[in-house]
Design a protein around this ligand. Structure first.
Ligand code: B12
Length: 464
């Protein structure tokens, strides 16, 4: 059976921003594919790019007999993945790409050097695809669901949709032994004093937030059994002894009955480990927050996006700003740190919506908040809505969806200013709480006034 080499395009050392953050997590997607294929008898190797370089990967690809290379791609890694595909093709590899981005850009990836694009979950598709690639005929490939490829006449063919795995508990755990977990943990410890490892308890998210990509798991939500997840957690703790964990689910607290059972099983086995996860304000009641606190949740990320209900509704976010504020207050009562994700520049956002977001963050007063200027991910309803106004400033291969310019939106400088205003307003609230820092507060008030005047003046100017 052909040898499969799996890789991704995330090179921490080639990205100054990631090098500064230094919070790497193992690439769970390819590790799930690896363990699945190994149990089916395939010969699978993982080249983990996280601590490596393009040069080392290139050397690996040039060494030995080329076979099949499988690459994970998301919107941030596109440029690197395209380069990897080019190198691999030059030295004779068959190339397959999968992950959240390629299904939305089938013809682009096929033109960039992928022989096959895998759409959706990769485990079963790869199991069938590897023998089909060895066969090499169009008819063999056409029998594999969930792929796209160029047939021998050069026409792009897409096969029927791949059914999703119905029983996640029947799947082996991700092949963590295929990467250097010690290096991940050391990187965390050296930079942050504590190490962290990730796992998932479910796949897919049923909510309809218009900007979010459902490319891989569709609108399904499939959960593993609580005891099966606890088995994995118990094993990770015994095997690697991480100081904390990251539950990499889209929304960890969707199902309160599940959470109750999971907490019960963790309690029964006397397991407790600090962790962080993501949730939604409407899935956080007192009981869920008590359970999170008991389980060791030290930081809860809450998707918030905007403080303007009009914008939240336009996003079909399904939460109110009030729910977010109340969830954050409840976290504080329980000693759980809160993190907020916010987005500037969503369609229809006006200066009063920006003010509402600033007011919202001030009222919520989270421990951390992260902001981005909204960007349309291909395949999402948001992308479709703004597609007529999109301008690619660089060729697809050298760019990402984050770099798409939406005409009739305000300039990047405008959003930078809005962001600074938000941060200054929050900083001012914190300064005014300390009486001795009145002079600094006064200076900040002056800066805020200048910033706000400038923002209002800019908001009346013509858009990009
Ligand atoms: C955890 C997470 C993170 C974490 C950590 C990432 C990590 N290394 O674990 C953090 C917080 C750092 C993060 C950051 C970002 N993330 Co993120 N993240 C996720 C999340 C929630 C889980 C990832 C995961 O472990 N999934 C579980 C595995 C099993 O799924 P999978 O990776 O998709 O793999 C399956 C298939 O894709 C396929 N497959 C995967 N690889 C391959 C390879 C081959 C060859 C084949 C055939 C198949 C295949 O088979 C796998 C098994 O079925 C996903 C959403 C999600 N639920 O997947 C978003 C997601 C991947 N992130 C996303 C985004 C946008 C980002 C950011 C850009 C956000 C931002 N504004 O900063 C950054 C980019 C960071 C970077 N430099 O790459 C998007 C990507 C969209 C896209 N089209 O690319 C997603 C899909 C969220 C969404 N729904 O919009 N993220």
């Amino acid at each position: 059976m052909a040898h499969l080499l799996l890789t991704h395009g995330y090179f921490m050392h080639e990205d100054p921003k990631e090098l500064q953050i230094r919070k790497p997590y193992v690439p769970l997607g390819i590790l799930y594919i690896c363990s699945h294929l190994r149990t089916k008898g395939f010969d699978v190797e993982v080249f983990d790019t996280t601590f490596s370089s393009m040069e080392n990967l290139s050397q690996r690809l040039q060494w030995g007999v080329p076979s099949v290379l499988g690459v994970y791609a998301n919107l941030m890694t596109r440029k690197k993945v395209v380069r990897i595909l080019q190198i691999a093709k030059e030295v004779g590899w068959k190339t397959v790409v999968g992950g959240p981005e390629p299904g939305a850009y089938v013809s682009e990836y096929l033109s960039a050097g992928a022989d096959v694009v895998v759409i959706g979950e990769g485990e079963r598709t790869m199991e069938e695809l590897l023998p089909a690639l060895q066969d090499g005929s169009d008819s063999a490939l056409l029998r594999v669901n969930g792929i796209a490829f160029k047939d021998s006449s050069g026409r792009v063919r897409q096969t029927a949709e791949r059914m999703q795995l119905s029983n996640l508990d029947a799947q082996p755990w991700p092949a963590r032994d295929a990467v250097d977990i010690g290096r991940y943990m050391r990187t965390w410890r050296d930079a942050h004093g504590r190490s962290s490892l990730s796992f998932i308890t479910a796949r897919g998210c049923p909510y309809k937030c218009q900007w979010c990509s459902h490319q891989v798991f569709g609108m399904t939500h499939r959960r593993r059994k609580p005891a099966a997840v606890v088995d994995e957690v118990e094993w990770i703790l015994a095997e690697y002894q991480p100081d904390m964990m990251w539950i990499a689910d889209d929304v960890f607290t969707i199902h309160h009955g599940w959470l109750r059972a999971y907490a019960g099983e963790m309690r029964r086995r006397c397991l407790n480990v600090p962790f962080e996860c993501i949730s939604r304000a409407d899935r956080l009641n007192d009981e869920a927050l008590d359970l999170l606190s008991e389980l060791g949740c030290y930081r809860l990320w809450i998707g918030s996006e905007s403080g303007s209900q009009r914008i939240l509704d336009a996003m079909q976010r399904g939460v109110t700003a009030g729910q977010v504020q109340s969830a954050i207050a409840k976290c504080r009562q329980r000693g759980i740190q809160s993190g907020m994700f916010l987005m500037w520049g969503y369609e229809g956002e006006e200066i009063e919506d920006i003010e509402a977001t600033i007011e919202h963050v001030r009222r919520s007063n989270p421990d951390v908040f992260l902001t981005t200027v909204s960007y349309p991910i291909k395949g999402t309803p948001y992308y479709n809505r703004v597609s007529q106004s999109l301008v690619e400033i660089r060729p697809w291969r050298d760019s990402s969806d984050r770099e798409l310019v939406i005409t009739n939106r305000r300039s990047p400088e405008f959003y930078e200013r809005a962001d600074r205003l938000l941060r200054d307003e929050v900083a001012l609230d914190r300064l005014t709480a300390e009486k001795s820092r009145e002079r600094e507060a006064e200076e900040l008030r002056t800066r805020i006034k200048i910033l706000r005047d400038r923002l209002y003046a800019d908001s009346h100017e013509a858009r990009a």
